[in-house]
Ligand binder design. Structure first.
Ligand code: HEM
Length: 228
């Protein structure tokens, strides 16, 4: 993977070891639980096609406060660690697309651009759909609210369409980075195959995301934003 580091100082063995472990942690947490949970979350959102109750049962309801706390920890902790790792990578590595105009470099750049987009999207999504309803309104996000926003508030629709596009690319292409980083793929032929697999995963993730958004948009017609 093409990149250049800013610092030319030689790290100590301890620092190099810590950096290696940190990099492994940031990488593996992105796949499990984060990537796995992302797929489950998108799948659950497709319950929108079975109606309001089915969507709320699949997406926002928890059997107990403990179940909510465990899910939150399993998702938010790895997300925090991966984001910290990702921001450190953004700060210390630079794409060299001008010198090497290869497809691999373009994907490397897009991985970083999508990371920034995903960070902004997840910040807004977590606050508006997860934290704010629970902390301010003392209940989970009602189906009618999110469906009404999707239908009658165009910025929400655009943010969800672009945000999930970023997540689909970031996760699908990120998996090829993981495969290379962990030595699963090591040849040119393997890389080409990994690219094809990533393209299929990207298409599936995007179809699930935009399918769920379409379902919410479609269901939102009779509802008014802010009234549930
Ligand atoms: C749903 C949330 C996310 C998922 C599922 C996810 C998944 C992934 C995966 C699978 C990789 C490849 C890891 C590797 O190459 O070893 C990756 C790379 C990366 N992620 Fe994320 N990510 C998410 C959110 C974020 C956020 C919020 C940031 C914020 C900056 C971020 C920054 C990065 C960066 C910079 C890389 C590239 C690292 C490199 O190749 O040097 N990610 N992500």
């Amino acid at each position: 993977m093409a990149m250049s580091t800013r610092s030319h100082e030689k790290p100590t063995a301890g620092a190099a070891h810590a950096a290696f472990l940190w990099s492994r942690l940031g990488s593996i947490l992105a796949v499990a639980p984060l990537g796995v949970w992302t797929v489950i979350h998108l799948w659950n959102n497709l319950a929108v096609f079975s109606g309001e109750r089915a969507w709320e049962a699949a997406v926002t309801e928890h059997t107990s406060p403990v179940s909510l706390a465990v899910t939150t920890a399993i998702v938010l902790l790895p997300l925090g660690i991966h984001t910290g790792w990702g921001l450190a990578r953004l700060a210390t590595s630079r794409p060299n697309n001008r010198r090497y105009g290869f497809f691999a470099n373009f994907k490397y750049l897009l991985q970083r651009v999508s990371a920034v987009g995903v960070l902004a999207f997840l910040g807004a999504h977590l606050w508006l759909a997860f934290l704010r309803p629970r902390l301010v309104e003392h209940r989970p996000e009602p189906f009618r609210d999110i469906a009404a926003e999707m239908r009658h508030h165009p910025p929400t629709l655009v943010v969800y369409l672009l945000g999930t596009l970023g997540v689909a690319y970031h996760l699908a292409n990120g998996l090829t980075g993981v495969a290379m980083g962990w030595g699963v793929v090591a040849t040119q032929a393997g890389l080409r195959k990994a690219d094809r697999v990533a393209a299929v995963i990207f298409a599936l993730l995007l179809a699930m995301s935009w399918g769920a958004i379409y379902g919410l948009w479609n269901a939102g017609l009779p509802f008014t934003p802010g009234v549930d």
